[in-house]
Design a protein around this ligand. Structure first.
Ligand SMILES: Cc1ncc(COP(=O)(O)O)c(C=O)c1O
Length: 385
């Protein structure tokens, strides 16, 4: 019998009675990580002056070093930030764009990142280009063809997801990076969902920048994201808040951006240890297997398609909702249904508009088991009235 499933729910604060099948949106830290963060907070509050001046700099770099080992990166190329949104903003707002420059996204790009691109385009006259990615995704060639068709000599920056938010599809990153390079474009990977789901060797990806989260799939306390930068892409990178260390180099500038609570960053290693003690490979096999089995079972019962073939997914899969749950395919109606499912049914699941329809995106985490997905399946079969 696997050690995963319901019995691990007691390692988390998750409220009883809720089918929690949306780890992907905000994550959920284990109690041991919350306790580690609390220990750092208590140490800080016992002597704020001593801690923030004398203890923090080294403690922070040790925490970075532990995360860097997990990501197979050099700690000098890695900094903590609040979240993946902040990391993407750092890159977008540090680069200098001019009218006519293009920033390449796609129709699956994350909404907040799209808005950050809009902001930069509004200020600089650069233009965002967003080829349409068909869902269900059929194969890697199709994804790459969309990018290839949209790349041009004007493309300054490609922003590509490691794992797309609405569909949960894993992108063929090495090929996407090579394509961008062949057009002279720089590459920012939006890796919000990848750390913890996928084996990572950040330098080997060949990208310029990687924006990631530890608070989604790496069991960190909330507010724990990171930015990795290739060495030759660090020179013009600055944090969103410029502070004392301006001009003193990548790590120094990001390690202090003003007074804040550093506990989530300092406790990042506790999340990595939680995962490694469970067994990284075993946890991955369990979560991927569970996500695929649950999604395939629901898709069969509903007679609806999946967002892509199982091999293209980690721990998240999307299924188109049945007709009686289809309203306007907008973010507002998706949000309404998602709130109704939480409020009235106690089911935490992500509902997303894609391809002119509403879809459910399921997550599988080590505390989930097949029964967690049954009530959603049953509800989807019920016709109103
Ligand atoms: C692809 C992608 N990028 C960025 C983010 C933003 O993550 P955060 O809210 O932690 O900044 C998300 C969140 O779900 C995401 O799915």
């Amino acid at each position: 019998m696997s050690g995963f499933g319901r019995r691990l729910r007691r390692e988390f604060l998750l409220e009883p009675g809720v089918d929690f099948i949306n780890h992907g949106s905000f994550g959920a830290p284990p109690l041991s990580v919350l306790a580690a963060a609390e220990r750092w907070r208590s140490q800080m509050e016992a002597n704020p002056d001593g801690f923030l001046r004398d203890v923090l700099p080294e403690a922070l770099r040790s925490a970075v070093a532990e995360l860097a080992r997990f990501l197979q990166a050099d700690p000098a190329d890695l900094v903590f930030v609040e979240n993946a949104t902040a990391a993407a903003n750092v890159v977008l707002r540090s680069l200098e764009f001019k009218p006519g420059d293009e920033i390449l996204l796609n129709s699956q790009s994350y909404g907040a990142v799209r808005q950050a691109v809009r902001f930069v385009c509004d200020r600089t006259g650069a233009k965002s280009v967003e080829p349409h990615v068909r869902v269900p995704v059929r194969d890697a060639a199709e994804l790459l063809a969309e990018l290839a068709g949209a790349l041009s000599r004007r493309t300054r920056l490609l922003i590509v997801d490691h794992i797309s938010s609405p569909s949960g599809v894993i992108w063929p990153l090495a090929e996407a990076v090579a394509l961008a390079r062949s057009h002279g474009a720089r590459v920012l990977v939006d890796g919000a969902h990848a750390p913890g789901q996928l084996e990572l060797d950040l330098p080997a990806l060949g990208a310029d920048w990687y924006a990631g989260n530890c608070h989604k799939w790496l069991f960190a306390a909330r507010g724990c994201g990171f930015l990795w930068s290739a060495r030759d892409a660090q020179a013009h990178l600055h944090p969103l808040a410029i502070s004392h260390a301006y001009g003193r180099g990548f790590a120094a500038e990001f390690d202090w951006t003003g007074t804040r609570d550093f506990s989530a960053w300092l406790a990042a290693g506790a999340g990595i240890r939680f995962l490694t003690e469970l067994g990284v490979q075993a946890a991955r096999r369990y979560c991927h297997g569970l996500a695929v089995a649950a999604a395939e079972r629901i898709a069969r019962a509903w007679g609806e398609p999946l967002g892509g073939p199982p091999a293209f997914h980690g721990f998240m899969m999307a299924i188109r909702l049945p007709p009686h749950w289809q309203g306007a395919p907008t973010r507002e109606s998706a949000a309404q249904l998602q709130s109704w499912l939480m409020r009235e049914q106690r089911i935490a699941v992500a509902i997303m508009p894609m391809e002119g329809a509403l879809w459910a995106r399921l997550s599988a985490q080590i505390y989930n088991e097949p029964s967690d997905y049954e009530r959603l399946l049953e509800l989807g079969l019920r016709r109103p009235g």
